[in-house]
Design a protein. Sequence first.
Length: 692
Amino acid sequence: MRPQILFPLFAPSANLKGVGPRTAPLLEKLAGPLVRDVLFLGPQNLVHRPVVAANQARDGEIATLHVTIDAHLPPQRSNQPYRIRTFDGTAFLTLIWFKVQGDHLLRSHPVGAKRAVSGKVDHFGSELQMAHPDYLLPIERAGEIPTREAVYPATAGLPPRTVRKLALEALERAADLPEWQDPAFLARESFPGWREALARRHAPASDADLSPLAPHQRRLAYDELFAHQLAMAQRKAQRRSQPAEPIPASDLATRIEKHLPFALTGAQVRSLAEIRGDLQSGERMSRLLQGDVGAGKTVVAMLAMADAAAAGFQSALMAPTEILARQHFETIAAPLEAQGVRAVLLTGRDKGAVRADKLMALAGAEAMIAVGTHALFQDEVRFRRLALAVVDEQHRFGVSERQRLQEKGPATHLLAMSATPIPRTLELTVYGDLDVSRLDEKPPGRQPVATRAAPKGRMGEIVARLKQAVTTGAQAFWICPLVSESELSDLAAAEARAEDLRKHIGPSVGLVHGRLPPAEKDAVMAEFADGELKVLVATTVVEVGVNVPNATIMVIEHADRFGLAQLHQLRGRVGRGARESSCVLLYDPPLSKTAEARLDILRRTDDGFLIAEKDLELRGGGDPLGLKQSGFPAYRLADPVAHRDLIAIAADDARLVLARDPDLASPRGQAIRVLQALFDWRPGSGGVTEAG
């Protein structure tokens, strides 16, 4: 039950004054369906409106002037603006409007009337102008023009000033809620109370008040982070409270490991031990195996699945794409089947008798391991004794999708895997409900990829070298940011680049991008993997899960337009075989300082975890790092970069609260329940947006 004190904030945003049938959908699109959502909107910047004389007004700046209407200058032709000439005793100022209908300006502002006008001042030749003034009021109402004005986000049909009025009304409806934070912590951080922090957010007195580092902004951010961390800690406790069949380490896995053509790295041994500790505990495992490109996550998962098979339990490995699912299957099927464990590959393409045979094998436990895509959690897929669900690139699946797979067993262990390294300081925002194992070593034999940056002016030289390499048996990726040419962008287009490379290299140049039908995309990828195609021109569709050991060259056009982590993922598509590999980062000079630093980091290291940390340093506060694509929650008040120091504090506080008061029955616990309801961060809920 939602606390009654929050009822005003959970009323429809359409109930705010001045919101009618036309503006209601606009407001919902901008902020959300509830008054709370409007309350959480904050100003984006602060406009200063100093009162100045016309002859002191600076070009391009906002100013307020006290003027007298001197003349109305209606347009002589339909494509001309309406102009009002004004004078303040020091200089003339012309006010300009486009597409004026009727004579309301003449009636409202007659010649001789004294007015206060505010807006952006520009010089057109010797003439001082102000187009579409923000304010034009009788001089006696000049006090209504603020000297500082908070500017809110807006959308077509809903201007910033209207949004500001609605946000301030939403603030009026916010009660002074019971304090849920520890008083000593608030004092140490100089944090105001919740209601005061909101009031200061909506009434910034200076640009510093808009900074995410301002005390009131940090207070509100901490509230959201704490509510989220508490929800994840509760979810983790719920999972651990559910008993699961213990799965011991097995001789089967030992035999498989002995027959591998390589020795496990120290990180693989450590991570496997951590996973086995969970599987043997009798509690449901919820663990993330986070490893860089090529760090050997699939092998670790295979050995865990072998342990499950030896104990008589089934496992399922789910991947986001068919290409990746097939790749996993090819890695694990032969070692498992050599020891008598059958694995099946189940995708949306399976039809008829082939599909029926696989489904029957899983239902009867003849097949102990299933590898597949979303097809695994379809209703007709039944397991006899599913005990372990492995989800690769887990952030590309929704919470409900992962749950549907786990629910195919009575108490299924979860092993999530991710090849997208995340800075440790941000790890808790995504994986706070999971235990984390890190594969921070590369398997022996993995070749470092020689990386260099080159301006686009050297394109001809690079194509010539590529042609020469292809004739000696090499294969190459060529990455472009766009699919096709666009008049609105100068970025390289994959279709045009493929056509150009065919002129130089011949017909062995393939093209793959996200707009291709899945079957056609897979067919092209298969031709490249089989060596029929020598060069694959692609968009970032190949960023994850493409394993072509013979590919030794990666060319990335407009590398300066890609994020550092994404460049690292793309580079990871080469260097997977025994031959030396290279990556060329083509850029369009001149480079910005940030772009130059980004490319320099990539040249100097191939450590994905270090790259993630450096990426965070370069971007700084306020840049979301492409976080949504990595599964990060979309916070309203917290910036996971600018407020990253608060994340660990919130996680520690959440654990401490639950250890002392697991049912949140104490006075602080009751106040925390209000906080959770305010943000909807509760175990099993999606939060303001989907969590975890």
